[in-house]
Design a protein around this ligand. Structure first.
Ligand SMILES: [Zn+2]
Length: 158
């Protein structure tokens, strides 16, 4: 399942990428181009813009109801049953490219000494060159991810 978020849903796009879900997002793009990309690449449009949906009548669209980013992310994960697709730290938050796990040596020149010495798992985005690192206990991202994933499944199992 692939998505394209409209200009108003940058936060949601970032959170979906955080979960490893393929989500395109552009800060400056018109609605017609979003519909075009959606059709060409078989992506579901995520939007809150009912007027746009009425006017352009895109084939593949989902109108997000929730207002806050975490709630929106949960809504999309539930609606499209994405839990099995979740793969944290697999996709760049900035550009949506797939991350590559690298050895510590490879990032030695790219991160500061404290980061280099504190973490063992590093990932790079070959497209925009951003470096990511992983820590299970302190990572705020990990906490948010668990919040999104667990809450829904908890409800589901009861
Ligand atoms: Zn990137």
């Amino acid at each position: 399942m692939k998505f394209i978020a409209d200009v108003m849903l940058g936060g949601l796009a970032k959170y979906l990428r955080m979960l490893g879900i393929d989500t395109k997002y552009y800060k400056n793009i018109d609605d017609k181009s979003i519909v075009k990309i959606s059709e060409e690449e078989d992506r579901v449009i995520l939007t809150k813009d009912k007027k746009m949906v009425k006017e352009l009548n895109p084939k593949n669209v989902y109108i997000v109801e929730a207002n806050h980013t975490i709630d929106q992310t949960k809504e999309v994960v539930d609606r499209f049953d994405l839990r099995s697709q979740v793969n944290p730290l697999s996709r760049c938050l900035i550009c949506n490219s797939v991350l590559r796990e690298v050895t510590k040596d490879e990032v030695k020149e790219l991160v500061d000494d404290i980061t280099f010495n504190s973490f063992d798992e590093f990932y790079v985005c070959d497209n925009c060159k951003k470096v990511y690192w992983h820590s299970t206990h302190t990572d705020r991202m990990q906490i948010i991810i668990e919040k999104i994933i667990n809450q829904g499944s908890q409800w589901g199992s009861k």
